[in-house]
Design a binder for this molecule. Structure first.
Ligand code: SRM
Ligand code: SF4
Length: 573
C-alpha cells in the first residue's frame, strides 16, 4: 500500500460519520442554494451533485449574481427495469422538481437536472416512495449494476437480470445516514453504531462499476467496467460467467499515465459464485487501490501498477479458491436492436431510439407526453438500455394495438426512419450542466450527425451501423474510446477525433486528429467514409477498416493508447 499522504477525500470520508457530514445542516440553511465543499463530496454517495447552469455563468457574473446553482439527482436502476407506475412518478417529479426532462444515462439510470436545494430532500424522498433509490448512484462505491435489459431474448436474460439486482443489493452501502437525511429516519443512537461490513469507514478509493453481459450482445460495454461478468450458456442453460476486471474510460488530455483500459478476462465462475467473486474483487480494490492520488485510484490503475497476475493471485487468496479457466464467448456488437420483438411467451417489446437519452417534449417530437400516455395504460414495464434508449417491455398481444395507436398519435417509434449511424450514436450530457465539460456533446452531436448523414447517404451507407460517440471531455461518460468514431471535447468547439474502436466494444480506438474545429469534422471524415464505401471487404466494419487502411494503428491495451499515434494527428487544425 502507498506511503504517500492520503487524498483529501479520504479525510472527508473518515470524518463524515458514515457519509453524514453536515449535509442535513447544509440543506436546512435557507440563506443560499449550496452546500459546503466537503458535503458536496459526500452528497455524491447519496446520488446527487451540486452544479450550476454554465450557460448563465457569464451573464450572472456581469450582473454580480451568484452562479445559478442546482443539483443533479441520479436514480439507480439495476439492470434498467422500472414499472409503468415508477415511470409515471419519475415523469411527474421531472416536472415538479427538475427541468422538465428525464435523462436516460449510459448506465441504465435516470437523471434529473436543475433540482434546487430547497427541493432536494422532497425529490429524493419521493423517489424512494416510488421504490426507487439514489443511494450509491455516485460516490466511491459500487454504482448502478448494468445488465442486458431485453427480456425478449431468453430465460437466461431473466437470470442475468436477477443477478444484477442481487449484486446491487449486496454491494449497497449499509449506512443509515441515507435514511436519516432523506427519509426522516431516526438518528442512530450510540448504542447502535453504524457498520459498513464491506466498505468500512473510508469506502472505496474511487468509483466502482459492474456490468453483466449476455453474448452475443455487448450492449453494456462490459470491457469499460471495473468488473464484468460475461454469461456462458451451454445447451439452454446458464452455467456461469467469465470474469473480466480492470476496465475504465476516463483519462486526461496530454497525460500519458492516464488512459482508457479494457477489462481483461481472468477466468470463469459458476453462477452461484458471482456475488462472492464480486465482493472479493471489491475487497482487493478496497485494500490495494491508491488512496493518495484519485487520478490513479480506479481498479484499472491498481492492476496496471501491480500487474494482472498479482491481482489474480490476490483475488484467489481472498476467495479461498481459484477461478476456473475462461470459457469461449463471442460478442457481435455493443449497440441496441430497435423495433418490435416477440418473446417466447407471445408478449411484445418495443425498443425505441432516444436521441442522447433525453426524454423531453419538442413541438416536433412530443416523446415525453407520448410515453406518459403509454405508461398510464401499459401493463408491462419499461427498460433503460446502456445505449441511452428505452424498451417498452412486456406488452400483451391484446394491448399492442392500443399502444401502437398512442405511438402513432404522438409520432413516436420512427427508428426505421433514422440512419443506422444515428441509431448507433451516444452523447454524454456535457454543457450546460456538467462542470467538467470542455465542449458540447448532447446538444451538438445531433447536428453533426445530420451533416455526416449527407455523406453516409451519398455513399449508400444509410443502413450500415457505425458506432459514433461524443463526449464533452476525456472522462469518457459515453464511452467514446470504444466507438468506431469517437469525438472527445478539447476546448469550446474543438474535438479530438478517435478512430478504430471495435464494433463489439472489444477494442479501444486511437487518436486520429487532435483539436479539430467542429466545422472541420465533416470535411475530415468525408474522404474516409467514401474510402470505406468503395474499398471495404464484405461485411467489414468501419473501425476494422480504419485500421486495415492505415488511418490509425490498432490499440492493443490501455497503456498502448497514446503510442503509435500518427504525428499528423497532432497538428492542430
Ligand atoms: Fe460520468 C463524472 C455524467 C457514465 C466516467 N459523469 C461525471 C459527472 C458526474 C461530472 C462531475 O463529476 O461533475 C457527469 C454529470 C453530468 C451531468 O450534468 O449530468 C457525468 N456519466 C455521466 C452520465 C450521465 C453520462 C450520460 O450522458 O449518460 C452517465 C451516468 C451513468 C450512471 O447512470 O451511473 C455517466 N461516466 C460514465 C461512464 C460510462 C460507463 O460507466 O459505462 C464513464 C466511463 C467509464 C468509467 O467510469 O471509466 C464515466 N464520469 C466519468 C469520469 C471519469 C472517471 C475515471 O475514473 O476515469 C468522471 C469524472 C470523475 O469521476 O472524476 C465522470
Ligand atoms: Fe461531463 Fe466529461 Fe462526462 Fe461528458 S464526459 S458528462 S463532459 S464529465
Amino acid at each position: 500500500m502507498s506511503e504517500k499522504p492520503l487524498s483529501a477525500n479520504e479525510g472527508i470520508k473518515i470524518n463524515s460519520n458514515y457519509l453524514r457530514g453536515t449535509i442535513a445542516e447544509g440543506l436546512a440553511d435557507a440563506s443560499n442554494g449550496v452546500i459546503s465543499a466537503d458535503d458536496q463530496q459526500l452528497l455524491k454517495f447519496h446520488g446527487a451533485y451540486q452544479q450550476d447552469d454554465r450557460d448563465l455563468r457569464s451573464s450572472r457574473r456581469k450582473q454580480k449574481l451568484e452562479k445559478a446553482y442546482s443539483f443533479l439527482v441520479r436514480i439507480r436502476v439495476p439492470g434498467g427495469v422500472v414499472s409503468a407506475a415508477q415511470w409515471l412518478e419519475v415523469d411527474r417529479l421531472a416536472t415538479e422538481f427538475a427541468n422538465g426532462t428525464i435523462k436516460l444515462t449510459t448506465r441504465q439510470a435516470f437523471q434529473f437536472h436543475g433540482v434546487i436545494k430547497s427541493d432536494l430532500k422532497r425529490t429524493i424522498a419521493a423517489i424512494n416512495h416510488a421504490a426507487l433509490s439514489t443511494i450509491a448512484a455516485c460516490g466511491d462505491v459500487n454504482r448502478n449494476v448494468m445488465c442486458n435489459p431485453n427480456p425478449h431474448l431468453s430465460s437466461i436474460h431473466a437470470e442475468a437480470l436477477q443477478l444484477a439486482q442481487g449484486l446491487s443489493d449486496h454491494l449497497t452501502p449499509q449506512t443509515r445516514a441515507y435514511h436519516e437525511i432523506w427519509l426522516d429516519g431516526e438518528s442512530v443512537l450510540s448504542s447502535e453504531p453504524d457498520v459498513e461490513p464491506l466498505y468500512g469507514k473510508t469506502y472505496l478509493p474511487r468509483k466502482f462499476k459492474i456490468a453483466i453481459a449476455v453474448p452475443p450482445s455487448n450492449d453494456v460495454d462490459a470491457f469499460a467496467n471495473d468488473l464484468a461478468f460475461i454469461a456462458v450458456v451451454e445447451g439452454d442453460k446458464l452455467v456461469g460467467f467469465n470474469v473480466a476486471v480492470g476496465g475504465g474510460m476516463g483519462m486526461s488530455h496530454g497525460v500519458e499515465g492516464s488512459f482508457p483500459r479494457l477489462a481483461e478476462v481472468i477466468g470463469f465462475c459458476p453462477t452461484q459464485q458471482v456475488i462472492d467473486v464480486a465482493e472479493k474483487v471489491v475487497m482487493v480494490q478496497r485494500d490495494f487501490g491508491d488512496r493518495s492520488d484519485r487520478r490513479n485510484a480506479r481498479l484499472k490503475y491498481t492492476i496496471q501498477d501491480h500487474g494482472l497476475p498479482w491481482f489474480v493471485e490476490q483475488l484467489h487468496s481472498y476467495l479461498g479458491y481459484e477461478l476456473e479457466s475462461a470459457r469461449a464467448y463471442q460478442f457481435d456488437d455493443n449497440g441496441d436492436r430497435y423495433g418490435w420483438f416477440e418473446d417466447e411467451r407471445g408478449n411484445f417489446h418495443l425498443n425505441l431510439f432516444v436521441q442522447g437519452g433525453r426524454v423531453l417534449d419538442t413541438p416536433a417530437y412530443p416523446l415525453r407526453s407520448g410515453l406518459r400516455e403509454i405508461a398510464k395504460i401499459h401493463q408491462g414495464d419499461f427498460r433503460l438500455t446502456a445505449n441511452q434508449n428505452l424498451v417498452i417491455a412486456n406488452i400483451s398481444p391484446e394491448q399492442r394495438p392500443q399502444i401502437e395507436e398512442l405511438l402513432k398519435e404522438f409520432g413516436i417509434s420512427d427508428s426505421h426512419r433514422q440512419s443506422a449511424l444515428r441509431l448507433s450514436s451516444l452523447a454524454c450530457v456535457a454543457l450546460p450542466t456538467c462542470g467538467l465539460a470542455l465542449a458540447e456533446a448532447e446538444r451538438y452531436l445531433p447536428d453533426l450527425l445530420t451533416e455526416l448523414e449527407n455523406s453516409i447517404e451519398a455513399h449508400g451507407l444509410r443502413h450500415d451501423a457505425i458506432t459514433i460517440r461524443m463526449t464533452g471531455c476525456p472522462n469518457g461518460c459515453a464511452r467514446p474510446f470504444l466507438a468506431e468514431i469517437g469525438f472527445v471535447g478539447r476546448a469550446p468547439g474543438r474535438y479530438n477525433v478517435y478512430l478504430g474502436g471495435g464494433f463489439a466494444g472489444q477494442r479501444l480506438s486511437k487518436l486520429f486528429r487532435e483539436s479539430v474545429r467542429a466545422e472541420a469534422i465533416k470535411p475530415l471524415l468525408d474522404p474516409l467514409i467514401a474510402d470505406y464505401a468503395n474499398a471495404r471487404n464484405l461485411g467489414e466494419r468501419f473501425g476494422d477498416f480504419c485500421i486495415r487502411a492505415g488511418y490509425v494503428v490498432a490499440t492493443q491495451q490501455g497503456a498502448d493508447f497514446h503510442q503509435n499515434v500518427n504525428p499528423e494527428a497532432l497538428a492542430v487544425r
